[in-house]
Design a protein. Sequence first.
Length: 200
Amino acid sequence: MGSEGVQRGRLSRADLMSLEQYSAARKEFRSKVLEHKRNRMVPIGPNVTWAFEDRLTIQYQVQEMLRVERIFEAAGIQDELDAYNPLIPDGSNWKVTFLIEFPDPEERKRRLAELKGIEDRCWVQVDGCERSFAIADEDLERENEEKTSSVHFLRFELSPEMVAKVKGGATVKVGIDHSKYNYEVELSPAQRASLAGDLA
């Protein structure tokens, strides 16, 4: 179900194109990734988007970083891989880049202060199962005493029962349960099918 041909596991240097190869292939690769991401970007309320990451989205991020920073030495490439590989799902979880967006800088400052702790109030729920709350920002300190960060990294662990249900087509809701930001959405069939591909 949508998971045929999905590559799993961490990226290695062998999976990456050289700067020269990437320069030639970038336009086509980028449009493939953007098409793929369409079913993996989930707006939650007016100011939050979850980007569900997988091997392809992370490969694109790494290639773009190498391109922008002109990194071609083995050690530099490995540093980027070490930074981004933890964002690839492991087969029993979903990994999300969580973006909070307020166009106006003053409002953003005020709202990020109100939304302290929001990253710990994010959840996914497979039909008939308990909510699974996010494990947020592992190894990273993304908030301070005053405010939360506008970018967080979330991991949602799914039990074998949840995995089986998602693969079987059960509905999935995602949401945020924070006193200052409370929204939930049901994933579309296309979104659910894309995310089912992350599960072993």
